[in-house]
Design a binder for this molecule. Structure first.
Ligand SMILES: [Fe+2]
Ligand SMILES: [Fe+2]
Length: 398
């Protein structure tokens, strides 16, 4: 694949730069080759975008399987380059300036790129790079970003993730198959957004239009579930698996008509049945698309089951639900109640917290509910409200 070839050659160029001084033919040759390969990539894709997520490289929305565990992906993300984008009219000069800047970081490990500063270099910027989620392309956006940084907050843009979710939902609707790589990539990039600063942040989307509910809600539940799993001390891999389960918990809702989903009045019995079937339907869709997602399927099935046996679906044989379902359940209720719905206004955070405390031991698993409340208290002031979905949103700590 051309893109992988280009990335390999980019890495090789950076390695070669440590061996030969500027102007040396060997150095110029590798630069020429990498630049020519970039042109090949640009011939097919005018705006190539790469994300380096530690152990994974994502090109556009596709995870590059042949670059799994590629050493340079870790290096790029470690030096603050989680995202790399090229414009079609990039020149060799731009490319060399970019290489010099990155090489400077390779040669001085531990000096992460100051993305604000690097954005200011050269205009217009035909190569953009930096941390995921703190991307602003306009002068205005940059000023907003700088203002925000002063108040120690961060600017997020979850547009990519939202697009990925929409794409996933479309795929499910079209052919019943669920793109697992897509789901994993979204979870990884959410995890990067959460840990972009020294302390953990909770980037939570704010709903503007009711028809954005399902996408907004599944992203938020994924973020909250991962934060809670981390707070409980689970390892990174389990945290991400729980994150995928959070992301997919309401997948069954993609088939529910909007009129029912957003109905302002009381649901009829028939409508309620359709609504409640999102659990069994979601579990079926997940497990038939991918057997590896057995835990996500269990969560889709169980996330409305209460500790005391209430909720739905009704079970004929009582048993404990999966631990992940108890986490998703509390995060699901939190996000749902914090959001404006056609049939009720959003609750204040305090009111939701009291509700969870009150229902601990009946609706919610007490240990999990307790840990959730503890986590939310600890992260007070680290919740980043993210607007849906336009570019360059400013985010304020709340
Ligand atoms: Fe649900
Ligand atoms: Fe939900």
């Amino acid at each position: 694949m051309d893109v992988s070839r280009f990335l390999h050659s980019l890495a090789q160029t950076l390695s070669t730069m440590s061996l030969y001084k500027p102007g040396h033919p060997a150095r110029e040759r590798v630069i020429d080759r990498a630049f020519a390969q970039l042109q090949d990539v640009l011939a097919e894709d005018k705006h190539p975008e790469f994300s380096f997520l530690g152990d994974e490289v994502v090109y556009g929305k596709t995870s590059l399987r042949d670059l799994r565990d590629w050493e340079w992906s870790k290096r790029f993300s470690g030096m603050g380059i989680q995202r790399l984008e090229f414009d079609p009219d990039v020149t060799r000069e731009d490319f060399v300036a970019f290489l010099d800047e990155v090489y400077g970081r390779v040669a001085t490990p531990g000096a992460p790129i100051d993305t604000t500063e690097s954005r200011q270099m050269g205009a217009p910027l035909r190569i953009r790079y930096g941390a995921i989620g703190i991307r602003t392309e306009t002068e205005e956006g940059r000023k907003v970003l700088e203002r925000e940084i002063v108040t120690a907050t961060i600017t997020y843009q979850l547009g990519e993730e939202i697009d990925s979710i929409k794409y996933m939902h479309e795929q499910v609707m079209k052919n019943g198959g669920l793109p697992l790589l897509e789901a994993e990539a979204v979870v990884r990039s959410l995890s990067v957004a959460m840990h972009g600063e020294s302390e953990m942040m909770l980037p939570l989307l704010m709903l503007k239009e009711f028809d954005q509910y399902t996408t907004t809600h599944c992203l938020n539940v994924s973020v909250l579930t991962m934060a809670l799993a981390e707070h409980l001390g689970l390892n990174a891999r389990d945290v991400r698996t729980f994150g995928v389960a959070g992301l997919l918990h309401d997948l069954g809702k993609v088939k529910i008509p909007m009129e029912i989903l957003n109905k302002a009045g009381k649901l009829t019995d028939e409508e309620r049945t359709v609504m409640q079937n999102h659990t069994t339907e979601g579990a079926r869709m997940i497990i038939t698309s991918d057997k590896e997602l057995d835990m996500a399927a269990a969560v889709a099935y169980e996330h409305h089951i209460m500790l005391n046996g209430g909720g739905y679906p009704k079970r004929h044989y009582a048993r404990d639900v999966h631990k992940a379902s108890t986490l998703v359940h509390v995060c699901d209720v939190y996000d749902a109640l914090r959001t404006n719905r056609p049939y009720r206004a959003a609750w204040e955070a305090e009111k939701v917290m009291s509700y969870i405390a009150e229902k601990s031991g009946s609706e919610f698993e007490p240990e999990i509910a307790g840990k959730f409340l503890e986590m939310m208290r600890a992260l007070e002031g680290r919740v980043a409200k993210v607007d849906y979905p336009e570019p360059a949103q400013a985010v304020t700590a709340a």
